[in-house]
Each structure stands twice: as structure tokens, then as C-alpha cells.
Design a protein around this ligand. Structure first.
Ligand code: NI
Length: 154
């Protein structure tokens, strides 16, 4: 908890502290205790090995920057309210759509508009960076064994 939050809590002692926390400006907004560190993608990718389990490495406004390792077939799903961006860091993958298949190579980006059904497939291990709103669930409108509800920050 940063200093700004503490001050708010002291002023409103006895009040609803939970509500205060919800409405308190984020540290970024008040410019205090902002953690500014560069992120080495390779180093972060070396910290985990599981597939289909996106890890949070940063956040921009209301969007998370995630890294994931993929191998095999995922599941057909869509995100009703969120666009999703895949960027291939290493390897090659296919994003299956109902109308076509997008082959994504290293250094390429594909944005799946909200509401469009898709299924990522990686014949060999692929490393991707994802940009998604914080509300995005990896399996979208589907819940199964590949669903990860709480993402780890690395
Ligand atoms: Ni998706």
C-alpha cells in the first residue's frame, strides 16, 4: 500500500475503507511510487513453462500485457466485449477463424475483433505476447479445463 492510500484511510477512519480503496486514484494517477522497470521478455518467458496459462508482465491503462506459451489446440471461443491481440515472439501459430486460418509467424501481430470466434493452434511450442483488457478471460465465453481465472504476475 502506498503513502497516498494510507493518508486517505486515516482521514476517513471509521468510514468504509474498502470503498475508499476502490475509488482512490491509482498510484500512477497521482505520480507516487510508480514502479518503472524495463521488462526483458526472454527473461520473463524463462520463468514459466506451462502452456495456455498467460502471465501478466505489465499493464497499460486498462489493458494487460501478457506472455504465454502455447502448444497444441486451444478451444473455440469468442470474447463478446473485448478485442484481443496476439503477437508472436517465437515460433509459428495458426489462429483458426470460422471463415479462414491466419498463419502467424515470429514478429507478426493479429487482432481478433470482439465477437469473432477463434481457436489458436500451435503445432510446435510458440511464445506470444497478448494485449487484452483486464476483464478478458482466456477462454472467453467458454469455461473448461483451460480456463485461467486468476492470472499470475511475473
Ligand atoms: Ni481469445
Amino acid at each position: 500500500m502506498n503513502v497516498y492510500f494510507l493518508k486517505l484511510l486515516q482521514q476517513e477512519r471509521g468510514g468504509s475503507q474498502k470503498l475508499l480503496l476502490l475509488f482512490a486514484p491509482r498510484p500512477k494517477a497521482c505520480g507516487m511510487e510508480v514502479k518503472m522497470e524495463k521488462i526483458n521478455i526472454k527473461d520473463k518467458l524463462n520463468t514459466f513453462s506451462e502452456y495456455w496459462s498467460p502471465k501478466i508482465v505489465g499493464d497499460i491503462n486498462e489493458t494487460y500485457v501478457k506472455l504465454a506459451k502455447l502448444k497444441g489446440e486451444f478451444v473455440w471461443h469468442m470474447h463478446e466485449n473485448e478485442d484481443e491481440m496476439f503477437m508472436v515472439i517465437k515460433g509459428r501459430m495458426v489462429i483458426k477463424l470460422r471463415t479462414e486460418e491466419i498463419i502467424l509467424n515470429e514478429g507478426e501481430i493479429f487482432i481478433i475483433p470482439r465477437g469473432i470466434e477463434h481457436m489458436p493452434v500451435a503445432e510446435e511450442e510458440v511464445h506470444v505476447m497478448l494485449f487484452e483488457p483486464k476483464t478478458t478471460l482466456n477462454t472467453g465465453n467458454v469455461k473448461n479445463e483451460k480456463t485461467v481465472e486468476i492470472l499470475e504476475k511475473i
